[in-house]
Design a protein around this ligand. Structure first.
Ligand SMILES: Cc1cc2nc3c(=O)[nH]c(=O)nc-3n(C[C@H](O)[C@H](O)[C@H](O)COP(=O)(O)OP(=O)(O)OC[C@H]3O[C@@H](n4cnc5c(N)ncnc54)[C@H](O)[C@@H]3O)c2cc1C
Length: 382
C-alpha cells in the first residue's frame, strides 16, 4: 500500500506551510484568527463540490493541511465545531435554505458553534435527553439544561437536541434545532472550572429560549438520526493531525526523561519505546481507514487506542519528572491561568480523553456488539 503524497500534495503542503509560517502566532485572539483563516480560504476544505466551502481539497490534501496546522504552533481552532461537525451534517440533512444561511458564515470564520447534546441525566445514554422544545407560534420555546458544552461562552449558535414531542421516550420525539445564543434572560452560560484551571466547557440553561421552525434540521421528530449522523463526523482526517501533536508531546516527555535522568531506568525506557511504537501503529491504522466511512467499529477502535495512549503519556510525563512533577512549572506561559507547565497540563487534561467523544466503556460495548457480534447489553441493568 502506498501512503506517499503526490507532487500536487507536496505543492499544496508548501503553500500551506508558507501561509501558516507567515500568519500563525500562538497567542492571537481566536475570533480574529478564525476570520483570517476564512478570508484566506482555509475553512471548509472537506466540503467537496457543495459550492459552500472555500478551496476544494482532496482527502490527502486535507490531511496535509491538518498536519501542517498541527506543526505550525497556530492557536487551537474555535471554529471546528461548526466546520467539522455542523457543516457536514447540514450538507447531508439540511434544506437548501439552511445550507445557504449557515454554511457561508462558518466558511468565513464569522459564526462559531457549540454542541448542545449532553445533560446532567443524559451523557453516554444520550436518548435520556429531557430538554423540551414546545411549538409556539412560528417557532419553539426551549426549556432545560445542557452540560459540558465546549466553547458555549464564545459561540454564536448552538445545535440543540431537544424533545419536541411531549411524553415521548428514548430516541423518539427528538429534534435537532439550531438556536442563536444571544438571548439574554433566556439563555445563561455558566463556565465550569477544570482541574487545569481553564474553563473550556460550560453549563447552559435554557429558560424559554426561542428557535425558528425553519431551523429544525431533518424535520420535527427526526433529531436522533441527525444527531447520530453528526457523531459519525467527529473523527477522520483530524485523527492524523492529532497524532502530529501527540508525536511532539512524546518528544517533550523524552526530553524531560533525559533532563531528569529517568531515562536511565530500564522500565521508563521500555514505556517510552512502547508509546513510540503504539503511536506508529495508530498512524498506520488511521491511514488505512482514512476515507472509509461505515467501517463498523473502526472509529471506536481508534478512539479506544488514542484515549488510553494519551492518558498513559500524561502519567509517564509525571513519572519521568519524579518529585519535581508536583511542584513548580518548567515552561509556564500566561496562556495557562495558573501555574501549570505543558506536561502538567497534559497529565491533567488527558484524564478527559477516555470520557468525551464516547467513553472507553461505551466504545467497548460498541465493539462487542457490532464487531464481535456478542449478545446485546441488557437494557436497564446498569
Ligand atoms: C472535555 C470534554 C468536552 C465535552 N464537550 C461536550 C460538548 O461540547 N457538548 C456535549 O454535548 N457534551 C460534551 N461533553 C460531554 C461528553 O459527551 C460526556 O461526558 C460523555 O458522553 C459521557 O457522559 P457523562 O459525562 O454523563 O457520563 P456517564 O454517561 O454518566 O458515565 C459515567 C461512567 O459510567 C460509564 N458508563 C455509562 N454507561 C455505561 C454502560 N452502558 N456500560 C458501561 N459503562 C457505562 C461511563 O463509561 C463512565 O465511566 C464533553 C466532555 C468532556 C470530558
Amino acid at each position: 500500500m502506498d501512503f506517499g503524497f503526490s507532487a500536487q500534495d507536496e505543492a499544496f503542503r508548501a503553500e500551506a506551510r508558507a501561509w501558516l509560517s507567515e500568519h500563525a502566532e500562538g497567542g492571537q485572539d481566536r475570533r480574529v484568527w478564525e476570520r483570517t483563516l476564512g478570508k484566506a480560504g482555509w475553512i471548509g476544505l472537506g466540503w467537496g463540490e457543495s459550492g459552500y466551502g472555500n478551496r476544494s481539497a482532496t482527502l490527502t490534501q486535507q490531511v496535509v493541511w491538518a498536519e501542517e496546522y498541527a506543526r505550525s504552533g497556530a492557536p487551537p481552532r474555535s471554529g471546528h465545531i461548526g466546520e467539522k461537525l455542523l457543516a457536514p451534517t447540514l450538507l447531508a440533512h439540511g434544506t437548501e435554505s439552511q445550507k445557504s444561511r449557515f454554511l457561508p458564515p462558518v466558511a468565513a470564520g464569522d459564526e462559531l458553534w457549540c454542541q448542545g447534546y449532553s445533560e446532567p441525566g443524559a451523557g453516554s445514554d444520550l436518548a435520556g435527553v429531557r430538554t423540551a422544545a414546545v411549538r409556539e407560534g412560528a417557532g419553539y420555546r426551549i426549556t432545560g439544561q445542557k452540560i459540558w458544552t465546549s466553547l458555549a461562552h464564545d459561540a454564536d449558535w448552538c445545535f440543540v437536541l431537544a424533545r419536541t414531542e411531549p411524553g415521548s421516550r428514548r430516541h423518539h420525539g427528538l429534534s435537532f434545532l439550531l438556536v442563536p445564543m444571544d438571548q439574554p434572560g433566556r439563555i445563561e452560560v455558566r463556565p465550569i472550572r477544570q482541574l487545569t484551571g481553564t474553563s473550556d466547557f460550560n453549563e447552559v440553561f435554557f429558560d424559554g429560549a426561542r428557535a425558528r421552525v425553519e431551523h429544525v434540521v431533518g424535520g420535527e421528530g427526526g433529531g436522533w438520526k441527525v444527531a447520530m449522523s453528526l457523531l459519525g463526523f467527529e473523527r477522520g482526517v483530524s485523527t492524523l493531525a492529532q497524532q502530529i501533536g501527540f508525536a511532539e508531546e512524546l518528544e517533550r516527555v523524552v526530553r524531560a526523561a533525559v533532563a531528569s535522568g529517568a531515562v536511565r531506568d530500564a522500565v521508563v525506557r521500555e514505556r517510552l519505546v512502547r508509546q513510540w511504537a503504539e503511536l506508529r501503529a495508530m498512524r498506520w491504522n488511521a491511514l488505512r481507514t482514512l476515507g472509509s466511512s461505515g467501517n463498523a467499529g473502526a472509529s471506536s477502535v481508534a478512539k479506544l487506542l488514542w484515549g488510553g495512549w494519551h492518558q498513559r503519556l500524561g502519567e509517564l510525563a509525571m513519572q519521568v519528572r519524579g518529585p519535581a512533577a508536583g511542584v513548580g512549572p518548567v515552561d509556564w506561559s500566561p496562556a495557562t491561568p495558573y501555574e501549570l507547565d505543558s506536561l502538567q497540563h497534559l497529565f491533567l487534561f488527558s484524564r478527559a480523553d477516555t470520557i468525551y467523544g464516547g467513553s472507553d466503556q461505551v466504545q467497548r460495548t460498541i465493539i462487542a456488539e457490532r464487531v464481535l457480534g456478542l449478545p446485546r447489553e441488557p437494557k436497564g441493568v446498569v
